[in-house]
Design a binder for this molecule. Sequence first.
Ligand code: BGC
Length: 768
Amino acid sequence: MPDNPTPESAATELMVPRSAGSDLTDAEIAERVDALLAEMTVAEKAGQVTQYFYFNLPPSEEIEATLNTDFSRQPAMVETALSEGKVGSLLFVTDPAEVNRLQRLAVEGNRHGIPVLFGFDVIHGLRTIMPVPIAMAASWDPTVIEQGQTVAAREARAVGIHWAFAPMIDIARDPRWGRIIEGAGEDPYLGSAVAVAQVRGFQGEALGATDRIIAGPKHFAGYGAALGGRDYDEVNLSDYELWNVYLPPFKAVVDAGAGNIMTAYMDLNGIPATGNQWLFTEVLRQTWGFEGFVVSDANAVHNLATHGFAADLTDAGARAIKVGIDLEMAITDPAYAHLPEAVEAGLVDEQTIDASVRRVLAAKIKMGLFDEPYVDEDRAREVLADPSHRRVARTAAQRSAVLLRNEADLLPLTTPSSIAVIGPLADSRRDTIGPWVFDYDSSETVTILQGIRERAGQDVKITFAPGIRPAQRTFASMFDMWGDNAPEDPVDFDDTAKLEEAISSAREADVAVVVLGEWQNMIGEAASRSSMELPGEQLALLQAVAATGTPIVLLVMNGRPLDLRWAADNIPAILDIWYPGTQGGAAVADLLFGDVAPGGKLPFSWPRTIGQIPMIYSHTISHEPDNQGRRYWDEESTPLFPFGHGLSYGRFEYTDLAMDRERIQAGDTVTVSVTVANVGERAGDEVAQLYIHQRYGSASRPVRELKGFQRITLAAGESQTLRFPLGPDELRYWNAATKDWVIDTTTIDVFVGGDSNAAQTVSFDIGS
Ligand code: BGC
């Protein structure tokens, strides 16, 4: 296990050389693209705008039926298309030798020698797995988020991948939707900061930088608001919500220079997102000036016909390319293969196709593919083995954990002589790293049990008891095609004996560390849920262990909020560790034993029960605001833990909240300052958060909105004064009455503190 790193040491190690990529100017790139285009037939152009999955998986009838795809036909079909010059890009190839083999087929297969662009879902690491994205967001630490994706990019580039289908920047306000785990939660301000940090990590200074890849933020737009939280289902969002909540992270990544954007699967306000002229032409290109290329989500162009929007595949292809979907991601039967027919039928003109081909070819030139289409297999092995990557993963896991509760300072643990580690997730390598990973090396994963064992040393007696068998999904996940994705249901498991073993291990220990949550195949894509309960017998296990009277530290492995009402009343210490990645167990042990202090904060409001969903902190004020917490007669209508909540081993006080001016004109910036002191007995991390509320104006505005945050580390007794600028970007909002962005003449209340209930307040006026 590597030494415990500091964020600074991890950052220094990651200083990778940065280069400007292709040396060509934009004009030279355009000239080169034009020269190629002039020689290409419509069929060749259609090939350049087609991207295929390349799956080399053992066929599984169940999955094939679910996805309506014949995987056994897939590799041969793609290889034929490659050797005929009919493929612009491939996804899902991660073995450098395979990358080279397939690239050779492509380069030799078309008369222009155009290489293919390799894309992949590099979501939270390739070989070195970082904590899942919602966990990274919970760090509220753009530096560590950028470092994480820098490592991911370096590993991906080394194996021959040029482009990540990440970050996922969909705002998610309904935790029934499994993909909440892939994003940054409910808030557009935090979401934008996290999105931009990831784009910087993937791309570096400029497209084509050494060891970097193209970032592909997704899914444009509104995907997180699926009806009922059911993945892929329709979305209906007002312009007000789109502009103020769902679109800002996308605007932020366009401004940050993201090279690619991916479409979304579902219908947005009655029009499939992938065929949506308003989204892709008017907003993305015309209003925001996006210059990169757009890819469809998997089969989403094809789906325009499935949705009952396009008449057939020819119509689907013509309509998608006309709205600006440059590349079609296809499993089989791409609609873009029908583009030549569409041109013949007059459904689309060739210039429209040229515009998309231009963008795809420009990306290939910028990434240096024409200069070096192949990858160095030896170097790939070296890069993947780089121990500095593991150190970044450990820091990231430390910084993303959220201490939800810590009664009587049970944490950090002070010299227990025995610890009972309990729960089936505690020693599960696969679950420790979470969903959306395929190229990990399982033997490198440090489970919670392993991490505790190694940190505690010989003198502490550690026992392990799973207590219960893993719970199972009612319906299988499509990701279960990858061997170890679903937890094994052990055959010789004596439920009564195993529960008894867990109880007696707790009884005999000084402290019990119970690890509960969702198995990783229960969260992510196609993992929507109708309940928030701990799956299986986990609550019963927790209650049985608690009945022994041994103090319990509950570690929660999750990517969405779960029903922790009983735990929040009865368990003294609760640490949300998410799916903490390759170094998860080591990082968790660092936190439990106080080698580092937790400092993450929740990136979503944590509801008490499923019936409260959607529950957001930034609701508007309505009739009887004093009764906001009693809207239901059977349950409080406040969250169990508020947005931004998270404790540390220090204790923080906020004083001297002040502003440099009491009145500004629209367009000016005011600076807010506050002093944060650690009045506790141990060092700790705090994320100071600034929220605003507009008292009146041409629209009613949310009771609070996050507009600034800073994560700091303070020794016991130390204090620091922080400054937050509030300018036009923070004060303007999209107004449904004027259908435009406005800054009102008004009074703004400012709140600063450690969560979204921050109490310290000042105000200032905006004059006309
Ligand atoms: C997901 C995308 C992903 C793509 C390729 C789709 O099902 O929605 O987010 O990038 O598959 O794996």
